[in-house]
Write a new protein. Structure first.
Length: 222
């Protein structure tokens, strides 16, 4: 797992992010988000607002985005809640980046199903390109993180890069994905297995075949 820590609150950090405020578009979006919650429960908007703030930081830095302490303070003030409560949320959920990341945050699953299906080869392919766990690459493109299960065990091994999952990977397939991203292209997300749409078996279903085209009720057959 990645080391979960806050970026030190330095004068340089304050100089860069101390004046953070919503962009014009995000100010409108923040009001829409808060309005979803009933009166007296506006603090429940902390999670989507942290995501919005992280994305704004990402847009300003041409990265996947992260949450400097002054940005979390801004969200806390916006919701009139203690800063520590916002920090507790941000540090608990792995969807929030607590330190600077690259343009592409490459999160490699290393849990048992992915490991048995070759996640070590995926990690090696990433490191071969100069990525180091927990660091931003010299060109600013990549941050590499090893994570725990992200729920794609049936199409292991998998990697999440920013908002997309890439599954059924091999070293060659992850190289193709990374090459496309580096070239400014948008590689196909999801399974990388030719002929596979989601996680259905290759060659088509072998059981419950009547449910492929209709919601067949098998109870009478049993």
């Amino acid at each position: 797992m990645a080391d979960r820590r806050l970026e030190p609150d330095t004068p340089e950090l304050r100089a860069r992010w101390g004046s953070f405020a919503w962009s014009k578009d995000n100010a409108k979006q923040a009001k829409v988000i808060v309005a979803r919650y009933p009166a007296g429960r506006q603090r429940s908007a902390v999670m989507p607002l942290l995501d919005l703030a992280q994305r704004q930081v990402g847009a300003e830095t041409n990265t996947q985005g992260w949450l400097p302490i002054p940005v979390m303070e801004y969200v806390a003030a916006y919701l009139d809640m203690p800063v520590i409560r916002v920090v507790e949320v941000a540090t608990f959920y792995f969807m929030y980046n607590l330190v600077p990341v690259g343009k592409f945050h490459v999160q490699v699953c290393g849990t048992t199903p992915c490991m048995l299906r070759g996640s070590d080869h995926i990690m090696a392919a990433c490191k071969k390109r100069g990525m180091q766990i927990g660091h931003v690459s010299a060109d600013g493109l990549w941050t590499l993180t090893e994570v725990e299960c992200m729920g794609n065990c049936a199409s292991a091994p998998m990697v999440q890069i920013n908002d997309d999952n890439y599954e059924d990977l091999t070293a060659e397939r992850i190289d193709a994905v990374l090459d496309a991203l580096a070239a400014g292209k948008t590689p196909k997300a999801g399974t990388q297995e030719p002929g596979r749409h989601t996680v259905e078996p290759l060659g088509g279903p072998t059981t419950l075949k009547d449910m492929v085209t209709a919601n067949h009720d098998y109870r009478g057959d049993w």
